[in-house]
Design a protein around this ligand. Structure first.
Ligand code: MG
Length: 271
C-alpha cells in the first residue's frame, strides 16, 4: 500500500476505534478477536512473511519454466489453478479492521471490503502469474468468494497487474458448498493441470475436506513430495480449515466455547 494511503487507512481505523471505545469501552476490553492479533501482526509486519511468499513463488516460477510446453499423453493444454484470498490477494486490512471493531467475520463486513477492490497482491504473486501467462499456460482463479463478488474482484486483480480473464474466474455459486472439487474437475477434464497454488489444503485436493487434525497430518505426510512441486502453499496464519478443525467444524459455537477449544489444542511440555 502506498504510504499516504496506508496513513489514511490507519487514521480512519483509529478514528472509528476512538468512537467505538467512547461508545462501548467494555467490549474493547474483552476483545473477541484478540486471538487474531499476533497472526495479523505477523502478516502485516514480518519481513519473514514476505520472504516465505517470495520463496514459494520463486520455487514455483522455476518449476513452471522447467515444465512449460512439455507434451502430455492426451495432448491437452497446460494450466495452473490458483486460489485468491491469502494466495494472491492479501486481506490483512480486513482482519485488522475486524480486530479493531471487535467483530467476527460476517458476510456484510466482508462484502464491504471486497467491494473496495483494494486488496494488495501477495508478495511475488503478480510476477509469478505473469510468468505463467508468458509461458502460455491457462490460469484459473478458483475461489470461494461468492459469484456476486466476481466484478469487484476482477477489478482488484486487474488493478494490481494479474493476467486475468473473467471466464477463468470460478467463484462459489450461491447455495453450494465450499468444496472446490466440482470446479477443479471441470478444469481437469480439459487441461493438464501442472500446478495448484493455495493457502488451504482444500485448494489442492478434496482428500483434506472435513478431516480432523490427525487425519490431515497423516495425509500431508503421505503426499509430502507434492509440496513445492504440484502443490505450492502460501502461509496464512489468520484463518483456514486448520481453525475449523479446532472447533470441530462448528463455526456457530459461542465465543467461550471457541476459546476453550483453542486452549484444548495447545500441547504443553511436561514439567
Ligand atoms: Mg485462500
Amino acid at each position: 500500500m502506498k504510504r499516504a494511503a496506508k496513513l489514511f487507512a490507519s487514521l480512519a481505523i483509529l478514528l472509528s476505534v476512538g468512537l467505538f471505545v467512547s461508545c462501548s469501552s467494555t467490549k474493547v476490553e474483552g476483545n473477541n478477536q484478540e486471538h487474531l492479533v499476533m497472526a495479523t501482526l505477523w502478516l502485516q509486519n514480518a519481513a519473514e512473511y514476505r520472504a516465505l511468499c517470495y520463496q514459494a513463488f520463486n520455487l514455483a516460477s522455476e518449476k513452471i519454466e522447467s515444465i512449460a510446453g512439455k507434451k502430455n499423453k492426451e495432448g491437452r493444454p497446460q494450466a495452473v489453478i490458483v486460489d485468491v484470498d491469502e494466495t494472491i490477494l492479501n486481506n490483512g486490512p480486513f482482519s485488522a479492521a475486524m480486530i479493531l471493531k471487535n467483530k467476527s467475520y460476517g458476510p456484510e463486513e466482508w462484502n464491504k471490503w471486497v467491494e473496495q477492490s483494494s486488496a494488495e497482491p501477495i508478495p511475488g504473486s503478480v510476477e509469478f502469474l505473469q510468468l505463467v501467462d508468458k509461458n502460455k499456460m491457462e490460469i484459473f482463479y478458483v475461489s470461494n468468494r461468492m459469484e456476486n463478488s466476481l466484478g469487484p474482484t476482477y477489478k482488484n486483480l486487474v488493478a494490481v497487474g494479474f493476467p486475468v480473464k473473467k471466464e477463468n474466474m470460478m467463484f462459489r455459486a450461491a447455495g453450494t458448498s465450499d468444496s472446490k472439487m466440482e470446479r477443479r474437475k471441470l478444469i481437469l477434464d480439459k487441461y493438464e493441470v501442472v500446478m495448484l497454488v493455495g493457502d488451504s489444503m482444500m485448494d489442492f485436493t478434496e482428500a483434506f475436506e472435513m478431516k480432523g487434525v490427525d487425519a490431515s497430518w497423516e495425509l500431508a505426510d503421505k503426499i509430502r513430495s507434492d509440496f513445492g512441486n504440484k502443490y505450492v502453499v502460501i502461509p496464512n496464519p489468520i484463518y483456514g480449515p486448520w481453525e475449523s478443525m479446532i472447533y470441530n467444524f462448528e463455526h456457530g459455537k459461542k465465543t467461550e466455547d471457541k476459546i476453550e477449544d483453542r486452549y484444548n489444542h495447545l500441547y504443553p511440555m511436561t514439567e
